[in-house]
Design a protein around this ligand. Structure first.
Ligand SMILES: [Fe+2]
Length: 290
């Protein structure tokens, strides 16, 4: 058997690493252990040139924990499965029209967010594999919530330590000016509490867990909490805490939703196809007791 030499190259001074010299379809336990450690350390892992089909992506993702299933949703043509296709093509392979609700849904992804933070148990990690890309644009930008936490004044850290934010899917979707949820979705995703400061269970690093699904802060007047969350989100997404990933076909990018935000960058969504396949590793439990 060919031996692999794993190489881990940091991408920015604060987070992110590119990992080469591995084939994700064929990983021994020792190499996987190094990858898992790198994931906890760097939050964002980029694996270039990975030739993966859905089964191989699912198998690799499962090594990190149970997978979330995609709910039947307008963005995935109401199919329920372990891989969700992020695409601007309709089921017939045609580019969606500019007024297609699925196009509007994709525009919602341009807000900074952490996947599933609007669920009681938010996602641990998400993995995106690039299958087809536009000639330019369509990048994904990440922000380190650990770097943001570290940079907060001590008084702010203390003030936020036990605070709980209320995250609501409908809030973020309506906030962007798009009325994209309906009553059924509002019922399925009621507002949920999330800790604002989260510590990594392996290395203890703390993260400022904010994002565009967070609407207000428990125990604070709504407007005041909302304003503070907006300020914190702006603080957390300063350029110096971010990494912009310019996709190449075959890239597998894995990100830690507990410690990083992300947003999709624009591209000519009604002119060029862009297809990524996503798997999501479920979180291990709620971030606050109730
Ligand atoms: Fe996302």
């Amino acid at each position: 058997m060919e031996t692999m030499t794993i190489t881990i190259r940091p991408l920015t001074p604060v987070f992110g690493a590119e990992i080469t010299g591995v084939d994700l379809k064929n990983l021994d336990d020792a190499t996987f252990a190094e990858i898992e450690k790198a994931f906890e350390t760097y939050s964002i892992l980029v694996f270039p040139r990975q030739d993966l089909d859905d089964d191989a992506q699912i198998a690799f993702s499962r090594r990190f924990g149970d997978l979330e299933k995609t709910q039947g949703h307008i963005a995935n043509n109401f199919q329920v499965k372990h891989v969700s296709e992020i695409t601007n093509l309709d089921p017939n392979g045609k580019l969606m029209a500019p007024d297609d609700p699925r196009v509007l849904y994709r525009l919602g992804q341009r807000n900074w967010h952490s996947d599933s933070s609007f669920k009681r148990v938010p996602a641990k990690a998400s993995l995106l594999h690039a299958r087809k890309l536009p000639p330019d644009g369509g990048d994904t930008q990440f922000a380190s919530l650990r770097a943001a936490y570290d940079a907060l004044p001590e008084s702010r850290k203390r003030e936020l330590e036990d605070k709980v934010a209320i995250h609501h899917y409908a809030y973020s979707r309506r906030n962007g000016g798009y009325q994209l949820t309906n009553e059924e979705e509002d019922k399925r995703f009621p507002p949920v509490p999330q800790a604002i400061i989260r510590a990594n269970p392996v290395n203890g690093r703390k993260a400022l867990y904010v994002g565009s699904h967070a609407s207000h802060i428990r125990g604070m007047p709504e407007e005041e909490g909302n304003a503070l969350l907006k300020e914190l989100l702006e603080f957390a997404t300063q350029e110096k805490f971010t990494y912009l990933h310019r996709w190449k076909v075959g890239d597998l990018v894995m990100y830690d939703n507990r410690a990083a935000l992300h947003r999709a960058r624009p591209y000519k969504i009604t002119e060029h196809a862009r297809i990524l396949h996503r798997t999501t590793v479920a979180g291990e439990g709620p971030t606050v007791a109730a």
